[in-house]
Design a protein around this ligand. Structure first.
Ligand SMILES: *Cc1c(COP(=O)(O)O)cnc(C)c1O
Ligand code: SF4
Length: 333
């Protein structure tokens, strides 16, 4: 879904690329030479629509039904199988809403659900059932969200999240950060986004000008799960982001059939470092309904992380964590 207000009459390059995303599973499979070989699930697609930018599809291997990028976006019947322990609000978001679109779970940090829109729909998404319509700060509720942040002097870091906050047009981001800059106790800004990876066109001059104008140190956490998500366009986007002075970090989700091998993990962190991005978290999957087939058991996750420690320099080892509702931080495994 694209909120109408975020789309100007003359779409810029990235907005055109956004709109050109593939939304039809049949088209995706035929572009990849997989028509008739793989069954996409209409029912899963109806519950959570397919959406994937063409530039990301171009990085998938032609004719490979097990491609790790394809697996992240293709709706499958497995999503509809009931799985005990997998629920609609896996990380307790409903209990942490401190204002319109503001989630306050951890000391000093408030997360703003800036929009429900994403350029790509990830099948494992922990917010695939999130009530964005009620809880999105962008839907005319900036004032209430800002009030909630202003009222709590313990909040030193504001995290723009979503959905994908960079799916908002740049003037809307400015309209958020301008009043935020007047709140004295905010010292840092963080942006969690998959756009520089899945739609590197988004990193345009206007976005860079906005980032450069911000009065705080900025951390940008990109979400890449596999080394092959990087290509020359992504490298260029990361270089431009870094040139604004932002710190670039990567957060990945451990996903069965995508990145649950030592090779895949080592390559991911080496490749992202080559693009100027340091690993941050490797998340155990949030137990959200529809994603059970991606789960890697904890024992295997720990073993894999232990092996990774012997393979990579310390600075390329992500922290293996899980989000547990009610905890005061992400929980190390
Ligand atoms: C994950 C998360 C954060 C950020 O946690 P860090 O450990 O600082 O990365 C902040 N707020 C909410 C609600 C979160 O879910
Ligand atoms: S980009 Fe993030 S929020 Fe959007 S569907 Fe993917 S995992 Fe979910």
């Amino acid at each position: 879904m694209i909120p109408a207000a975020s789309v100007p009459l003359q779409p810029s390059g990235w907005q055109q690329a956004w709109r050109d995303a593939i939304r039809d599973p049949g088209e995706l499979l035929s572009v990849l030479g997989l028509a008739g070989l793989v069954d996409a699930s209409d029912a899963a697609c109806a519950a959570f629509p397919l959406r994937v930018p063409r530039g990301f599809v171009a990085r998938m291997r032609h004719g490979d039904p097990h491609d790790p990028l394809l697996r992240q976006v293709l709706p499958l019947d497995e999503e509809l199988r009931p799985a005990p322990g997998f629920s609609l609000d896996a990380v307790g978001d409903a209990g942490a809403v401190a204002g319109h679109g503001v989630l306050h779970k951890y000391h000093g940090r408030a997360l703003l659900v800036a929009t429900g829109s994403c350029a790509v729909h990830c099948r494992y998404c922990f917010r695939r059932h999130f009530p964005y319509a009620e809880q999105t700060a962008a839907a005319g509720h900036w004032a209430a969200a800002l009030d909630a942040i202003r009222a709590d002097a313990s909040i030193h870091e504001v995290i723009l999240s979503g959905g994908d906050p960079l799916s908002l047009a740049t003037p809307r981001l400015e309209a958020l950060t301008t009043p935020l800059a007047r709140i004295g106790h905010v010292r840092r800004l963080r942006v969690h986004t998959r756009l520089p990876v899945v739609l590197p066109e988004r990193v345009d001059d206007a976005l860079l000008a906005w980032l450069s104008s911000l009065p705080w140190p900025v951390a940008i956490v990109v979400h890449a799960n596999h080394a092959r998500e990087f290509d020359v366009h992504v490298d260029a986007a990361m270089a431009r982001l870094r040139a604004t002075g932002a710190t670039l970090l990567n957060q990945a989700v451990l996903l069965r059939g995508v990145n649950d091998s030592l090779e895949a993990q080592a390559e991911l962190h080496e490749r992202s470092f080559a693009a100027g991005v340091l690993p941050y978290y490797l998340h155990q999957l949030d137990r959200v309904a529809g994603a059970a087939h991606f789960e890697v058991p904890d024992a295997q996750a720990r073993r894999l992380h232990g092996q990774l420690r012997t393979r990579l320099p310390g600075y390329l080892l992500p922290r293996l964590v899980r989000e547990v509702a009610g905890d005061a931080s992400k929980r190390p495994l």
